[in-house]
Design a protein around this ligand. Structure first.
Ligand code: NA7
Length: 536
């Protein structure tokens, strides 16, 4: 329906990554009028934007897809940890199977949204000039949609090519034979450095904090292997709904503090051989709680890592004798040959803790140790994570404040999905949900199911107004803090606590109690008639 040029819909979904795609398909299937709006020109969310060389997912492919049998039956990833082109192919496959694109407006970034109490609708304006008036506004912009570029002096003077990993040119950029500098050693920095080391004339990695990266143990998957793995999918997909991180495994039911030194070492070795996140979330259950256990895990990681690095001075920068933060209290990434590249003659490492950046010049980077000439500067400097995607849209609530203004005093997001004063607004994969700790597709499906059921409920009540209550969101905020207080997580300066962005309020941004527990709480609220929300 049209109303003064504005299109009216039941539901407007923002974003066409896993969460947005799930909801578009699901709500359409329930007979609602729904459209998605997407800033990129293709599907995939982070996999649309993060197309830098080496970008790949740190979850195993079998887990990094939807659990619907009609979707997994005909799909295969050819690597255990697929790279971005294959994940994009998966989204194209979803598009063919589910006919998604016909209801997606691409190349349009949502800029402003305002709730109109009289009509009980949102008015949503986008960069392409479109105005949409949905009854319900569901934001699925993920936790890494606002790239962060540090304000380095002289950055704009740099005369070479300069790209943030999350804004990489879609047509690609050849690093072969170039002098490449990478600032940042998070997941993106590690991945792009591995790739650049193989082709660049010279690679310089600028590290501020060591990444306690774990062995990926990448594998190519042939058809027989995939067939065999698929036999286990139904059980694995059931299991992943209940675990801490949305994977088909969990931590052991044992603490490192309660076993002998021999058993501890043997277990560390065993999970190390499994690789992936197993040495982190598939290991002893007290690693993020008990300081001594954590230190033992750190020492194990450090010794394994240092054994691969020839120069002891480089080893001390990458894997210091004394940890800078507790093991796993900041997200480790998965690496393939990251620690080995520093043995190559074309790769060097700059320790920004000892020799900070003074400025970027026309021709490179000047630190207190000297100047490094560069043709390409890669900013692998991360995101205004978890909240940045939502707060960069001007979302006006009933009391005349934007969500950004409201959250300046700290995030209030009941069950990580709704905020008081913003009726009929839901966000999936957002702050105070467990999604920063969870496998993306699992979280997108589980939260998506909950949102779909809730929208069906309000539709049955003539699209009643739905809003989180203030006491409920305050109680949830307390629960988010309580879940993490007992852990070592707050001791690291991570994006989980907003510490990566200068001036950002430091507080826990995600629920650390686990995805399974979280969904049980959400479902209990629904069963009690959406306790914690007012409907009317
Ligand atoms: P991350 O994990 O936030 O990593 C950003 C990196 O950039 C990290 O090593 C930062 O060092 C570094 N950084 C940020 N600002 C600066 C400045 N000013 N100077 C030097 N170094 C800086 O982002 P990623 O893109 O790698 O990964 C994000 C998530 O995507 C990842 O966790 C997965 O979930 C997928 P710091 O550690 O802050 O000292």
């Amino acid at each position: 329906a049209d109303n003064g040029g504005a299109k009216e819909l039941d539901v407007l979904v923002v974003g066409a990554g896993f969460a947005g795609v799930y909801l578009l398909d699901r709500l359409r299937g329930m007979g609602m009028s729904v459209q998605a709006i997407e800033a990129g020109s293709g599907l995939g969310g982070v996999w649309y934007w993060n197309c830098y060389p080496g970008a790949r997912v740190d979850s195993p492919g079998p887990m990094y897809q939807f659990s619907r049998e009609d979707l997994w039956r005909d799909w295969k990833f050819t690597e255990l940890y697929p790279a971005w082109p294959e994940i994009r192919d998966y989204f194209h496959y979803l598009d063919e199977k589910l006919d998604l694109s016909r209801d997606i407006r691409f190349n349009a970034r949502v800029e402003e949204a305002e709730f109109d109490a009289a009509s009980n609708r949102w008015t949503v304006r986008s960069s392409d000039g479109s105005v949409i008036r949905p009854r319900y506004f569901v934001v699925c912009v993920g936790l890494g949609s606002k790239p962060y570029t540090p304000n380095l002096p002289g950055l704009s003077d740099f005369a070479g090519e300069r790209h943030h990993t999350a804004l990489w040119p879609q047509q690609g950029l050849d690093l072969a034979g170039k002098r490449v500098g990478v600032i940042g050693t998070g997941a993106s920095g590690v991945q792009v450095a591995q790739e650049a080391a193989a082709v660049a004339a010279q690679l310089t990695v600028f590290q501020r904090t060591p990444n306690l990266a774990l062995p990926m143990r990448q594998k190519r998957l042939d058809d027989d292997t995939i067939l065999r793995m698929k036999k286990g999918y139904p059980v694995a997909y059931e299991k992943r709904r209940t675990t801490l991180g949305g994977f088909d495994y969990q931590s052991l039911e044992k603490a490192a503090s309660e076993v002998s030194a021999e058993e501890r070492q043997a277990t560390f070795e065993r999970v190390w051989e499994i690789g992936g996140f197993a040495p982190w979330v598939g290991s002893f259950n007290d690693l993020l709680i008990d300081e001594q256990s954590n230190r033992a895990a750190y020492d194990f990681w450090r010794d394994k890592t240092r054994a691969r690095i020839k120069d002891p001075a480089i080893a001390e920068i990458l894997a210091p004798t004394e940890p800078i933060h507790p093991y796993g209290a900041k997200r480790p990434s998965l690496e393939q040959n990251f620690f080995d590249i520093f043995n190559q003659s074309n790769v060097s490492l700059v320790d920004l803790r000892n020799t900070p950046i003074e400025k970027v010049t026309r021709s490179g980077i000047k630190t207190t140790a000297g100047e490094y000439g560069l043709d390409v500067l890669v900013l692998a400097t991360g995101f205004d994570a978890v909240t940045g995607g939502l707060t960069s849209i001007d979302i006006w609530g009933t009391d005349g404040r934007t969500l950004k203004q409201k959250w300046a005093d700290g995030v209030r997001a009941h069950l990580g999905m709704a905020s008081a004063g913003y009726p009929n607004l839901l966000f999936v994969y957002g702050p105070h949900s467990p999604n920063a700790f969870a496998n993306g597709p699992t979280a997108a499906e589980l939260q998506g199911e909950w949102v779909a059921k809730m929208l069906d409920h309000v539709r049955g009540r003539n699209w009643a107004q739905f809003e989180a209550t203030v006491p409920a969101e305050e109680a949830w905020r307390a629960k988010v803090f309580e879940a993490v207080d007992a852990t070592l997580i707050p001791r690291a300066d991570s994006w989980w606590v907003g510490a990566n962005i200068p001036g950002k309020r430091r507080e826990m941004l995600a629920f650390a109690g686990g995805l399974g527990t979280y969904m049980a709480i959400c479902n209990e609220s629904a069963e009690r008639g959406y306790e914690g929300f007012s409907i009317g």
